[in-house]
Design a protein around this ligand. Structure first.
Ligand code: 13P
Length: 251
């Protein structure tokens, strides 16, 4: 059976006192989860805080980005080795905000995923089409290309230790969720593309859906055959919402 996950992506939100309250509530309630893994990807300065509140709980934590370089003169960057030192389990790579606002291309995303794996952590590799691409009917072409570049770089060994996230750009932060059928169709396409590379990886790799997931729609989305949980932005900042989504992933 595939791993089920609910991963919060706080993006550039939070402050020390509010984080304590949120992390505390999530850690306390996540003890009740039986099969789903809850994780929160926090801004870099809050990793130490996440580590101190969540260590010993069932909740994992991680970063939202990483340098593709292991070390060196890269002002402002953070290496995978540094994230590992703070106990990160997951690192998001290739989020559409990184691709669109910070110019990350497929090749860079692939290098970042490799850097995360090299430090023994799990990359959550994001793919997704824009509204214009969906309207042009090239969704599969776009996500297939995004996945293909990463798969070529990581090979079967690397892919086996990775998680994929389908995040349609038009659904992120817009309140416009993909329908369960729309999500399922792209997840099935991605799993099929993985199967052409390695059947057992395709069968075992969790594929998360992200884009306006909330407590009210999580169970329906996560009930689809190829949707193994969610990558959650806005709703992960509200303990009750995020916990309800974790429970939906727990099934
Ligand atoms: P929202 O859940 O706020 O739409 O964000 C989704 C996302 O980008 C998660 O990475």
């Amino acid at each position: 059976m595939r791993q089920r996950l609910a991963v919060g992506n706080w993006k550039m939100h939070g402050n020390l006192p509010e984080n304590w309250a949120l992390l505390d509530k999530v850690a306390a309630a996540a003890g009740g989860l039986s099969r789903a893994i809850a994780s929160v990807c926090v801004p870099f300065p809050y990793l130490a805080q996440a580590q101190s509140v969540l260590a010993g709980s069932k909740v994992a934590w991680g970063g939202q980005n990483v340098s593709q370089h292991p070390k060196g003169a890269f002002t402002g960057e953070v290496s995978a080795g540094m994230l590992r030192e703070f106990g990160c389990r997951h690192v998001i790579v290739g989020h559409s905000e990184r691709r669109q606002l910070f110019g990350e291309d497929d090749a860079t995303v692939a290098l970042k995923a490799g850097a995360v794996l090299a430090e023994g952590m799990v990359p959550i590799i994001c793919v997704g089409e824009t509204l214009a691409e969906r309207e042009r009917g090239v969704t599969e072409e776009v996500v297939g290309r995004q996945l293909g570049v990463v798969a070529d770089r990581l090979g079967a060994e690397g892919l086996k230790a990775s998680i994929l996230a389908y995040e349609p750009v038009w659904a992120i932060g817009t309140g416009k969720t993909a329908t369960p059928e729309q999500a399922q169709a792209v997840h099935a396409y991605l799993r099929g593309a993985l199967a052409r590379c390695d059947k057992s990886i395709a069968a075992s790799m969790p594929i998360l859906y992200g884009g306006s997931v909330k407590a009210a729609n999580a169970a329906e989305l996560f009930g689809m055959q190829d949707v193994d949980g969610g990558l959650i932005g806005g709703a992960s900042l509200v303990a009750e919402e995020f916990l309800a989504i974790c429970q939906a992933a727990d099934g």
